[in-house]
Design a protein around this ligand. Structure first.
Ligand SMILES: NC(=O)c1ccc[n+]([C@@H]2O[C@H](COP(=O)([O-])OP(=O)(O)OC[C@H]3O[C@@H](n4cnc5c(N)ncnc54)[C@H](OP(=O)(O)O)[C@@H]3O)[C@@H](O)[C@H]2O)c1
Length: 329
């Protein structure tokens, strides 16, 4: 897919008039697609995952209503063939109205508040934003919610975490802020009967921080002034801390696939959880940065995650490892 930049600096998939028409035609054909077509409400449709997801769902013949707080976002959504609706999720009544008016078959919750660069903001949208969205879903009798969570909230362990492992409830600050936000996000989402919690690895690829020209490029090349850099952790040295990555397009595909998955948490990560001493030097090469110092040590919770469950549900990453993905994505 080609990507361009709209005024306001938002990267968006580029469509020719022909391909847009093709999407509309796909939505209109009778038979197979029409039987499976759903109306999907994406909260956070303009975000890194939301943009890919909107495009994918439209191409698969689904109707999409997507939220944004901005005019630029509305134009972006319109360009992707979605119905845009202006919503600040902290306005509970507006959330109820937006969901009730759409009356969707499913809600996909891709809201985050990462651009401001504070853990508290992101925790707030997980707790309060999710509360408002789920209340709105209940009122409109929406049967299914698919929610964006993370794959690095598990408790300590020696092997990559599976969904049977517990979250890190006893974590100390500042990690405790992440864990309480994730716990609220997942518990509140679980109030909807059909709820799929997608525990994503670290996103890389177009529109994310981990790409050439992204935040990681600035940090590794020593030119970061963005407060969001705090979310990347210390990249000056590579140690034994294990992380799991996932390409943003695969992350979006998982959300689309989850429209038919059974309830519960699912790790959405690639096939190769790896220590920083392996992935950070590769990332540095991919953005033309100097190699990091190699040191030892890790926190016991830095263990990565296992994707067996997602694979058993039919999700199969086309970028199975960051090792090649950093250079292709
Ligand atoms: N698992 C991961 O590693 C992970 C996951 C997500 C993001 N990220 C990183 O975070 C960076 C930023 O990602 P992003 O653009 O998706 O995140 P973002 O700026 O946090 O926004 C995500 C979505 O949430 C919406 N939103 C935020 N606050 C809202 C509010 N109060 N009410 C309603 N909607 C609200 C935004 O809509 P509008 O701004 O259009 O209103 C946008 O659609 C990316 O570069 C990515 O690398 C990483």
């Amino acid at each position: 897919m080609l990507w361009g930049t709209l005024s306001g600096g938002i990267a968006a998939p580029i469509y020719s008039a022909g391909s847009r028409l093709a999407i509309d035609r796909a939505a209109a054909v009778t038979g197979f697609i029409e039987k499976r077509a759903m109306h999907v409400f994406i909260a956070g449709a303009t975000g890194a995952i939301g943009r890919y997801l909107t495009t994918m769902l439209r191409a698969a013949g689904h109707r999409v209503t997507g939220t944004t707080r901005t005019e630029t976002g509305l134009r972006l959504l319109q360009g992707m063939g979605a119905r845009g609706v202006r919503l600040d999720v902290y306005n509970a009544e507006a959330a109820k109205r937006a969901v009730a008016e759409a009356a969707p078959d499913a809600i996909i919750h891709q809201l985050t508040a990462l651009k401001g660069g504070t853990r508290e903001d992101n925790g707030r949208i997980r707790r309060i934003g999710t509360r408002h969205l789920v209340d709105a879903a209940k009122l409109a009798a929406v049967p299914r919610i698919i929610t964006q969570s993370v794959a690095w909230a598990y408790g300590p362990g020696e092997r990559p975490a599976t969904e049977r492992d517990t979250l890190h409830y006893e974590a100390l600050p500042p990690r405790a802020t992440l864990i309480s936000g994730i716990r609220a996000l997942e518990n509140i989402s679980s109030e909807i009967e059909e709820h799929i919690i997608l525990r994503y690895g670290l996103l890389y690829g177009p529109g994310t921080w981990y790409r050439r020209g992204g935040l990681v490029d600035d940090v590794l090349n020593d030119r970061a002034h963005d407060p969001a850099a705090l979310f990347l952790g210390d990249l000056s040295a590579a140690n034994d801390a294990v992380s799991s990555f996932v390409h943003v397009e695969e992350a979006a595909r998982a959300a689309a696939d989850a429209l038919t998955w059974p309830s519960g948490p699912v790790n959405i990560v690639d096939d190769e959880p790896a220590p920083a001493r392996a992935w950070l030097p590769a990332l540095a090469v991919s953005v033309g940065a100097p190699p990091p110092r190699i040191v030892s040590g890790r926190n016991a919770w830095e263990r990565g995650a296992d994707n067996s469950l997602a694979r058993s549900l039919g999700w199969k990453p086309h970028y199975p490892t960051w090792r090649t993905g950093f250079f292709l994505g």
